[in-house]
Ligand binder design. Structure first.
Ligand code: BT5
Length: 254
């Protein structure tokens, strides 16, 4: 805690050697009234979660498995933008600590050379028109060896240490993440999401690409060309422009 440069995020820290999911622990704390900026970190997760009940591989000591509790004055409609905001903060931190060039794949992945190094899972509790809390979960493969990934994700996942060719200090990266995420959050709170979304676009590897979209209720293909003010991905198809607020996108190799 002495090394923290953030003033809100990480002022209350819950550290676990092993936990089912840091998001689950953070949601419990948040429901019990913990302050904004509370974080949960774990050496390992035995029930790490992705979106749509998918799993998240979280081996001990090799990653940053982190959840942050925010109580933003945003509307519940802004939840999707919290994921984009987190992606911008994490990208800044990775760039400053490692210097590897990584890019954001809409909506919640950070990739290096086409492989996932970070996944983000945002969960929200809202009543009526107000957010009670948002939990932003971030999984960063920091020092995972390539051969340690389970076979089903070995071809789509990699780590920062593989990318950089050396071990990365988890504490340096964690403190950078907290201060960058805090800065991006302040920016969104004070000036709205426009600048955050601009920065997201600059770091995006999705825009300009041919993509296949696996939406909540339909699948289609087209060219991703922009995100709108809600953070939805805009895609040119033969039928016109489609707008996707939630779903999976795969980028076609060019
Ligand atoms: C995500 O979901 O990418 C969100 C992952 C969020 C994980 C963090 S860790 C801290 C916090 N606590 C939690 O319980 N969760 C959050 P999605 O886009 O649905 O991607 C999930 C898919 O990524 C899986 O189905 C696998 O194919 C792949 N995957 C699983 N573990 C991975 C890993 N360590 N690295 C790269 N890819 C992985």
């Amino acid at each position: 805690k002495a090394q923290l440069t953030s003033t809100v995020l990480g002022q209350e820290i819950h550290y676990f050697d092993e936990v089912d999911s840091t998001n689950n622990a953070a949601k419990k704390l948040a429901a019990n009234g913990c302050p904004e900026g509370t974080i949960v970190v774990a050496e390992s997760q035995v029930g790490g979660r992705g979106r749509l009940a998918r799993g998240w591989f979280s081996p001990p000591g090799k990653g940053i498995w982190l959840s942050v509790v925010l109580r933003p004055p945003f509307s519940p409609m802004d939840a999707a933008k919290c994921t984009l905001m987190a992606a911008v903060g994490v990208t800044r931190a990775i760039n400053s600590v490692t210097g590897i060039g990584c890019g954001i794949k809409w909506p919640n992945d950070i990739l290096w050379q086409g492989r996932k190094v970070v996944g983000i899972l945002t969960e929200m509790s809202a009543e009526m028109d107000a957010i009670n809390f948002v939990v932003i979960g971030m999984g960063i493969n920091v020092n995972v060896n390539q051969e340690d990934f389970p076979s089903e994700i070995a071809s789509v996942a990699t780590s920062l240490s593989v990318a950089a060719g050396c071990e990365i200090s988890r504490i340096k990266l964690l403190t950078a993440m907290l201060s960058e995420l805090e800065a991006v959050y302040m920016l969104a709170k004070n000036s709205g999401f426009a600048l955050v979304l601009e920065e997201w676009k600059k770091n995006s590897i999705t825009l300009g690409q041919q993509v296949d979209v696996y939406g909540i209720d339909r699948n289609f293909s087209g060219q991703a060309f922009d995100i709108d003010a809600d953070g939805a991905l805009l895609i040119k198809t033969f039928q016109g422009v489609e707008r996707v607020l939630a779903g999976d996108v795969s980028i076609r190799p060019s």
